[in-house]
Write a protein that binds this ligand. Structure first.
Ligand SMILES: Nc1nc2c(ncn2[C@@H]2O[C@H](COP(=O)(O)OP(=O)(O)OP(=O)(O)O)[C@@H](O)[C@H]2O)c(=O)[nH]1
Ligand SMILES: [Mg+2]
Length: 382
């Protein structure tokens, strides 16, 4: 997209030149026979010389199989303080996607659109599920591009399940870039990405927020302010506020310091079937977040909540209570309130005790995509 400041919620126009999905090498222009110098035209190596008998690889296509258009893509910025769980959240996405099949839903198939994105998916699943460790802290910025193929759950009465496919573009970046240091080398790139995104997933870690050195506000306000300046100056505010759809996720719900107070304050219900997982019902998540900021954390958390509600359209914000690794389950694969903490320390290293069952990891992404898609349909000029 040549104009980085388009309104992310406008239905995308077809660009004059289609985006290049794959680094297809630039081939030298063909010369008519007999024209030009005497040096022999270098002949491309036969495919057999390069790959043996491997099938040639094609340019990646979005899930609907049609050539890519910008409307197949949804750009989502992932925002959160250092250590708030961004990389673990992303690593849990393919696990959550596959596990949907357990609950009788048609699962989502998530796969990379390029080698780096595939590598991230594979190593994330290996770390969380096979090695039961957390990913390392992120260094720099990793752009990721994943295709989602699946079926949307029926929404509202009389709706049928719909097959949906889209490409999610998201980034994993070291959380320090969101801090107060406006001179951080990656700051312009991440600002650009957030400004170009149609949706944001904002991770709020109640554990970090409780410590003065890692208060959420210090990784929130200065970036929010710069983002607003950039979007305002580009003239792409939507009804005087930032145009993004936002998913606010309270993270690490499995942690006893987050979970126990929520149980004691009466926010948590428990499934009566399957693994009998506890959860904050979706319809109470916004009020839970308000309670978390008002009662459980301090005045700076309240300012994060107020900042979200003043810079974005409140009706474009949704709330989730999530855990990337989920709860420890007993050998029968059922939640047990006596022993639910899913992290243990072995030789000072945090390890995940039982197979991760992520809570509210996929939903923020697929809900955002649906909201963005339906908002752009409503704004289509035809
Ligand atoms: N209990 C619990 N702890 C988590 C969860 N996700 C992450 N953590 C903890 O938080 C730490 C940081 O997680 P990361 O995913 O690396 O956080 P990040 O936001 O990517 O951090 P940076 O890359 O430094 O910005 C992990 O090492 C875990 O100790 C979760 O779902 N539950
Ligand atoms: Mg990280």
């Amino acid at each position: 997209m040549s104009d980085p400041y388009y309104d992310p919620n406008e239905y995308p126009q077809r660009p004059s030149e289609p985006p290049r999905l794959n680094p297809v090498p630039d081939l030298p222009p063909k010369r008519p026979p007999g024209e030009g110098g005497s040096a022999p035209w270098p002949s491309a190596p036969a495919s057999g010389e390069m790959d043996g008998n491997l099938m040639p690889t094609r340019v990646p296509l979005p899930p609907n199989g049609a050539p890519a258009t910008p409307s197949d893509r949804v750009r989502i910025g992932l925002w959160g303080a250092p250590h708030s769980g961004k990389t673990t959240y992303l690593a849990a996405v393919p696990i959550a996607a596959m596990q949907q099949a357990r609950y009788g839903h048609a699962g989502w198939a998530v796969s990379g659109m390029n080698a780096e994105s595939n590598e991230f998916l594979a190593s994330g699943v290996t770390q969380l599920e096979s090695d039961r460790v957390f990913p390392d802290a992120t260094v720099g910025l990793r752009p990721l591009s994943w295709s989602f193929q699946g079926a949307e759950q029926p929404f509202g009465r009389f709706r049928r399940q719909r097959e949906v496919g889209f490409v999610l573009e998201v980034q994993d970046v070291a959380g320090e870039v969101y801090g107060r240091d406006e001179e951080h080398a990656l700051r312009p790139r991440i600002l650009d990405q957030l400004a170009r995104s149609q949706g944001l997933v904002y991770l709020f870690d109640p554990l970090l927020d409780g410590k003065p050195a890692t208060r959420s506000l210090d990784y929130f306000y200065s970036m929010l302010n710069e983002l607003n300046t950039r979007v305002r100056d580009a003239g792409t505010l939507h009804r005087n506020r930032l145009p993004h759809h936002v998913a606010v996720c309270v993270t690490k719900f499995d942690h006893p310091e987050v979970f126990r107070p929520a149980v004691e304050a009466g926010w948590v219900t428990q499934d009566s079937v399957g693994a009998q997982l506890p959860r904050v019902p979706a319809e109470h998540a916004a009020r839970y977040f308000r309670w978390m900021c008002d009662e459980f954390r301090g005045s700076s958390a309240r300012l994060v909540r107020d900042g979200l509600a003043s810079f974005f359209h409140p009706e474009r914000i949704s709330y989730y209570v999530s855990s990337a690794i989920g709860f420890r389950l007993n050998p029968q694969h059922v939640f047990d309130y006596r022993n639910y903490h899913n992290v243990e320390y072995v030789d000072g290293v945090a390890r995940i005790c039982t197979s991760p069952v992520p809570v509210n990891v996929l939903e923020p992404l697929t809900d955002l995509e649906r909201r963005i898609r339906s908002a752009s349909r409503r704004r289509r000029p035809w």
